[in-house]
Design a protein around this ligand. Structure first.
Ligand code: ADP
Ligand code: ADP
Length: 222
C-alpha cells in the first residue's frame, strides 16, 4: 500500500524544510505545490502564466488549476509508493479531490502532521528565507539555517534568492488567507482521525524528531 503524508501548517511553519527530511527517510517524493507553480512560472508555461498573479498577490491559485496540476504530478511513476505532500491540499475542495485521487491508486491520506508556530515567528522566518533557484525546494534562513556559503545552496550550489511573495505586506496577507481558507482542514483531518499536532516553534532537528516519532520511524542517535 502506498503511503501519503500531508504536511499542514501556515506559511513559514517549516513544511518544506521537514518535507525534505521525511522524503529522504521514507524514500518518497516531496511534492510541493508552491515549487511546481514556481517552476511553471520560471518556464513561462500556460499554467505558470495563469498562476502567477495569484501567487504574486498572496492569493490561492484556483482549485481546478491546482487539482489538475497535482493529478498530473501523481501520474509520474515516482509516486507509485506514495508521497510527502507540502502545501497541498489548502482548501476543503482540494482535500476532497485528493481523497478521490488517492482512492484511484488504492491509497488514502495516512497521516497529517499539523505544524504550528506563533505568527510573529512565521513572519521572522519568511522575512529571512532564502530559496534555491534549482527545482529541489531547498530553503535556508539567514539566521536560523544559514547556508555554508552566503547566497548559494549547500546541496547543489545553485544561487539562492528571496521570494517576491516573502515580502512583509504579502506575508501578512498570506497568513490571513491561510487562516480563512486552509484552517478548516485541521478539523477536516481531525474528524478523519489522521491529524497529529507538531510544535513547529522548536529548532529544526527537534521538529524532525517529533515528526519521525509521530510517523513511527526510529530517530537516529536515540
Ligand atoms: P513552509 O514551507 O512551511 O513555508 P519553510 O520550511 O520554507 O516553511 O521554512 C520557512 C523558513 O523558516 C525557512 O527560511 C527555513 O529555513 C526556516 N525554518 C524552518 N523550520 C525552522 C525551525 N524549526 N526553526 C527556525 N527556522 C526554521
Ligand atoms: P509557503 O511554503 O510559504 O506556505 P508555498 O510555496 O506553499 O508557500 O505557496 C506559495 C504560493 O503558491 C501560495 O501563496 C499560493 O499562491 C500558491 N499555492 C501553493 N499551493 C497551493 C494550493 N494548494 N492551492 C492554491 N494555491 C497554492
Amino acid at each position: 500500500m502506498p503511503t501519503y503524508i500531508v504536511l499542514l501548517g501556515p506559511p513559514g511553519a517549516g513544511k518544506g524544510t521537514q518535507a525534505k527530511v521525511l522524503a529522504e527517510k521514507f524514500g518518497l517524493p516531496h511534492i510541493s505545490s508552491g515549487d511546481i507553480f514556481r517552476e511553471n512560472i520560471k518556464n513561462n508555461t500556460e499554467l505558470g502564466k495563469l498562476a502567477q498573479t495569484y501567487i504574486h498577490q498572496g492569493e490561492l491559485v484556483p482549485d481546478d488549476l491546482t487539482i489538475e496540476m497535482i493529478r498530473d504530478r501523481f501520474s509520474r511513476p515516482d509516486c507509485d509508493n506514495g508521497a510527502i505532500l507540502d502545501g497541498f491540499p489548502r482548501t476543503p475542495a482540494q482535500a476532497d479531490a485528493l481523497c478521490k485521487m488517492l482512492k484511484g491508486f488504492n491509497g488514502k491520506v495516512d497521516l497529517v502532521p499539523f505544524i504550528s508556530a506563533p505568527q510573529n515567528v512565521l513572519i521572522k522566518r519568511l522575512a529571512g528565507r532564502w530559496t534555491c533557484r534549482a527545482m529541489g525546494g531547498h530553503v535556508y534562513h539567514d539566521k536560523f539555517n544559514p547556508p555554508k556559503q552566503v547566497g548559494f545552496c549547500d546541496i547543489d550550489g545553485s544561487e539562492l534568492y528571496q521570494r517576491d511573495d516573502d515580502k512583509a505586506e504579502t506575508v501578512t496577507h498570506r497568513i490571513e488567507v491561510y487562516l480563512k481558507q486552509t484552517t478548516p482542514l485541521i478539523d477536516y483531518y481531525k474528524e478523519r482521525g489522521v491529524l497529529v499536532q507538531i510544535n513547529g516553534f522548536a529548532p529544526i532537528e527537534e521538529v524532525s524528531k517529533q515528526l519521525l516519532s509521530a510517523l513511527g520511524k526510529p530517530v537516529e542517535g536515540k
